[in-house]
Design a protein. Structure first.
Length: 499
């Protein structure tokens, strides 16, 4: 059973601590409005940036006594480490320093929502599918933390804050108060000191080892999964010391005992994350996240799976980046029409026997399996193509045109003359001598009068008047065509004319 969150009263500070109140200006620009949370070592206030008029959250260290200097140094280190991270699933640290009252503080983005721990207590219930999505996105932020050389050391549902926006609910990783760099110098925590929440500590962390690395955080993520599925943590007791001993020496009860209905890949995922030996766990947060995503893709029967085939769970480690992972499940088929519902024929058309029944039958479950055999064959893959009715006449005309061109190019006129279809050279000569004019032929004329003595075309050919009297009007007489000339040579005809 979870302990209820501590309520801030404003007067329950340890003796000697500095009391702050609403309206206090911190860092010359942050005006405190009201407290929004309190823990064992820190208090969080809602505040406003007086210059930007931006709401923020200000976290103060609440510590006195001999360890206050050490805790203050750790607190400021948390702010400095977290301020260098920019990731969708990690809280943004905007500023940090020491207030005029002497208290260390850090300024964070103000988040609206609830922690995963509050969601467990207040509801609505977290389905198995939603839990896996939250863990996958948390691992994405945790990978960015590890890339910066930081071990969080306090991953738990209280430090996973659920934010809701237009795209849905997504987590942000909070509270780097006990974090430290691995492989770096300048550690503040003493060797052998146990720091963190016992129920979520890794075995090496419970023993107080100093060589912790990122795989310690992966154990904590495994505990979060175990708790989300089973409803309880694998190791718990009223005495924190007993919890640490169990974590360090005992094996957790198999998850299948509490949830035998879970798919085998889910059980294997949690079992691997909760290995005592860090070498037997996942290599890093990205590897564990990929395993979570593969489990989501193959878990068709998992509780709470959405009907959509797209899952918004995989995000790259860069700030504000993401990707969409699509499942291989077929899309949902449209629901069948209610029984007895039939499509009525158009107005004016009577139903006759043999007409097509337009009622929509119920779609069997087998229809959800998409099959390429039910689809029409694509064009060019054995299906006959519909040809245009104008194609054959156009091709025929083109062939005839080519044949005619070739015919006349290769002595076509000679073939026509030999066939008697057109007159030959002799016939054209005779037609010219007889005065017949054929279309397209030039006419040879023998002039009997010099051209210069011929009257112009615009001079009247009527005879002049005799004795001053006008001649009678000319009459138009139809003159028949001259008869064919006698069969004699043109030279003989010219001789006779000369006599």
């Amino acid at each position: 059973m979870r302990a209820p969150p501590m309520a801030y009263t404003g007067s329950a500070h340890p003796e000697g601590s500095i009391v702050i109140s609403p309206g206090t200006i911190v860092g010359h620009k942050y005006r405190l409005d009201a407290p929004i949370g309190q823990g064992g070592m820190a208090t969080v206030w809602r505040a406003v940036h007086t210059t930007l008029d931006r709401p923020v959250a200000v976290k103060f260290l609440e510590a006195v006594g001999a360890q206050s200097q050490q805790l203050a140094a750790r607190f400021l280190r948390e702010a400095k480490l977290a301020a260098g991270l920019r990731h969708r699933h990690v809280v943004d640290i905007l500023d940090f320093g020491v207030a005029e009252t002497g208290q260390p503080f850090m300024v964070m983005e103000l988040l609206e929502g609830q922690s995963l721990a509050d969601r467990y207590e207040d509801g609505p219930p977290v389905s198995d599918w939603e839990l896996m999505e939250i863990v996958a996105m948390t691992l994405s932020g945790l990978a960015a933390v590890h890339d910066a050389g930081i071990v969080h050391r306090d991953v738990k549902p209280e430090n996973v804050f659920l934010v809701e926006d237009a795209d849905g609910i997504y987590p942000k990783l909070l509270d780097f108060g006990v974090s430290r760099g691995f492989g770096a110098e300048g550690r503040v925590t003493r060797t052998g000191a146990v720091v963190g929440t016992p129920q979520y500590m890794s075995p090496e962390q419970a023993r107080g080892k100093k060589d912790l690395d990122h795989r310690s955080d992966l154990w904590a993520v495994g505990v979060m999964l175990y708790e989300g599925f089973a409803g309880e943590v694998p190791f718990d007791s009223e005495n924190p010391g007993d919890v640490l001993i169990s974590v360090a020496t005992e094996e957790p009860a198999p998850l299948s005992q509490a949830r035998p209905d879970l798919p085998e890949p889910v059980l294997a995922l949690v079992h691997r994350a909760l290995q005592k030996d860090p070498e037997a766990r996942f290599g890093d947060a990205r590897q564990m996240r990929e395993m979570v995503l593969r489990v989501l893709e193959g878990a068709d029967e998992m509780n709470g799976r959405p009907p959509s085939t797209v899952i918004r769970t995989s995000y790259a480690s860069g700030a504000g980046t993401g990707k969409i992972r699509a499942l291989s499940a077929p899309p949902a088929m449209p629901p069948p029409m209610p029984p007895g519902t039939e499509a009525s024929p158009p107005p004016g058309m009577d139903e006759t026997p043999g007409e097509l029944d337009l009622s929509a039958p119920a779609i069997p479950s087998e229809a959800a399996e998409l099959s390429t055999e039910k689809l029409p064959p694509p064009r060019g893959a054995g299906a006959p193509r519909k040809r245009s009715p104008w194609m054959a006449p156009l091709v025929g005309l083109a062939v005839l045109g080519l044949a005619a061109g070739a015919f006349f190019a290769f002595d076509g006129m000679g073939a026509l003359e030999r066939a008697g279809l057109v007159p030959g050279e002799s016939a054209r000569a005779d037609s010219g001598a007889s005065g017949e004019v054929r279309p397209g032929e030039a006419v040879a004329t023998i002039a009997r009068t010099p051209p210069e003595e011929l009257p112009p075309e615009d001079v009247s050919l009527e005879p002049p008047p005799a004795d001053g009297e006008p001649a009678p009007e000319a009459e138009t007489v139809d003159v028949p065509s001259p008869p064919d000339p006698p069969d004699q040579a043109p030279e003989e005809a010219l001789a006779e004319d000369a006599e």
